[in-house]
Design a protein around this ligand. Structure first.
Ligand code: AR6
Length: 176
């Protein structure tokens, strides 16, 4: 599913984010920047050890923050490590909005044209997928309708049911 905002596109795909060929892919990271399971595990396995080594040098960031490393052996040249909230820790919605916006800003600061996101926090961190779709899509649409050099933002959803949740929400957002 594709939606255009002037000359920018927001795209939803179902699949494995480590196969995406956008300039950057986003890792669903933790504040320590230690690559664990889920998306991070897939990035670690396919991207090779250089990514974790770079994360170690950076050391960590705040919940809602984002940092950038190279993409190692991945198709994407960069990985943006965005720290989403753990369900139950408080202020989750605001933190997820910030993680999304800070990733988009970091992509812009590095003059990237395209970026792929997973559904941050909805795996090991336990955040509900519907709420994630509402928050991440709203933040992205707001960002894409403002000044940005980004041309393409992709949401890469793992499995058909998560894809359907995002597709339904995007239809709703764009029919407002
Ligand atoms: N491609 C796209 N989406 C995926 C993939 C993949 N290869 N693998 C899983 N997902 P998660 P979190 C989906 O757990 O909840 C790690 O240990 C998954 O189905 O990756 O933010 C980190 O190091 C879910 O919908 O991230 C952190 O400590 C979504 O991606 C912690 O987990 C996010 O699931 C972060 O937990």
């Amino acid at each position: 599913m594709n939606v255009n905002f002037e000359n920018r596109v927001l795209e939803l795909v179902e699949g494995d984010i480590t196969e995406m060929e956008t300039d950057a892919i986003v890792n669903a990271a933790n504040a320590q920047l230690v690559l664990g399971g889920g998306v991070a595990g897939a990035i670690r396995r396919k991207g090779g050890p250089a990514i974790q080594a770079e994360c170690k040098k950076i050391g960590g960031t705040f919940v809602g923050g984002a940092v950038i490393t190279g993409g190692g052996n991945l198709k994407a040249k960069y990985v943006i490590h965005a720290v989403g909230p753990r369900m139950g820790e408080g202020n989750e919605d605001e933190k997820l909005t910030n993680a999304t916006l800070n990733s988009l800003k970091l992509a812009d600061d590095n003059k990237l044209k395209s970026i792929s996101f997973p559904a941050i926090s909805t795996g090991i961190f336990g955040f509900p997928i519907q709420r994630c779709a509402e928050i991440m899509l709203e933040a992205t649409i707001n960002y894409l309708t403002g000044p940005t050099g980004l041309e393409k933002v992709v949401f890469c959803l793992f499995g058909h049911s998560d894809y359907q949740v995002f597709a339904k929400q995007l239809e709703q957002e764009t029919s407002k």
